[in-house]
Design a protein around this ligand. Sequence first.
Ligand code: PHE
Length: 337
Amino acid sequence: MEKVRKQLEQDLAGATSAEAVEQIRVNYLGRKGSITNLAKATDFSKLTADEKKSFGQKLNELKSFATQAIAAAVEKCQAAAPKRTASIDLTAPGLAHRLGSLHPITMTQMELEDIFQGMGFSVLYGPEIESEYFCFEALNIPDDHPARDMQDTFWLKNHLVMRTHTSANQVRTLQRFGAPVKAIFPGRCFRYEAVDPSHENTFYQCEGVVVDRGISVANLIAVMKTILSEVFRRDVTVRLRPGFFPFVEPGFELDLQCLLCGGKGCPTCGDGWIELIPCGLIHPEVLRHGGIDPKEYSGFAFGIGLTRLAMMKYGIRDIRFLNSGDLRFNEQFSPVF
Ligand code: PHE
């Protein structure tokens, strides 16, 4: 044991690296190491009980001496080893966080909501999956009415339908709030459409209704003009022509002179005019569906093409960009917060 201990001390004194010390540990304390072998090479049957005891004690002392000496040697080697350079370069510039941005339709919708709220309108959101009743029947479009063909859509079970227009909220609102009422309903609509630069199967509208005593076309026109000049922050040219919708009487198409081509005609508008706001006085039958007496109250309704409005406002020439999910497109419209 003495010999082994001396040899160990000598070996450790000569070791200069942690790897060398590790080899020494294996040589002495490993499965076939010299200290381990000491016990194996001893014939215990020839020893007296006292001798066994004292041998065991000494061997344990040697083992713990070796363990400590080896640990100390490893520490010494590590302290002596040259310092590693830091693995993090604290002076390197950081990674910039990408800020999200709002979709142009979202921004246009938020702006419309602001403007209308400023004029005393409530903002309501109806369901995208709508009953046939609110989407068509309550709006004077019975099952056999040809107007249903203009708004072919995706039919679900149980007379449910992906709503073809936000007008579906008209009667919902009248039934719920009665008259007088002023509210808008922005939201997503669906139609069975062939997609081209100005048509999508999924698009946004912002419907509105005003019902009170003595509401006339003059009120309708005044509100629409105010809204559009607020949205575009400049004078816009509009034209009103008759339009047919079963749920308004009289009905109009309010067209906006195209802001992209200035009215000359382009792929987005065709003939220089954008059909932007179909509108009219609410049909007495619709008021009745809403539980409102048409002799006492009248009102107007309008359906702003929110998607088209966003295209006009931001100069987007192809409607297909809007639902593309392409961040390179979306990020261009980021508002400055
Ligand atoms: N809901 C009609 C459409 O999508 C538009 C409209 C709304 C017309 C309100 C008149 C009044 O075509």
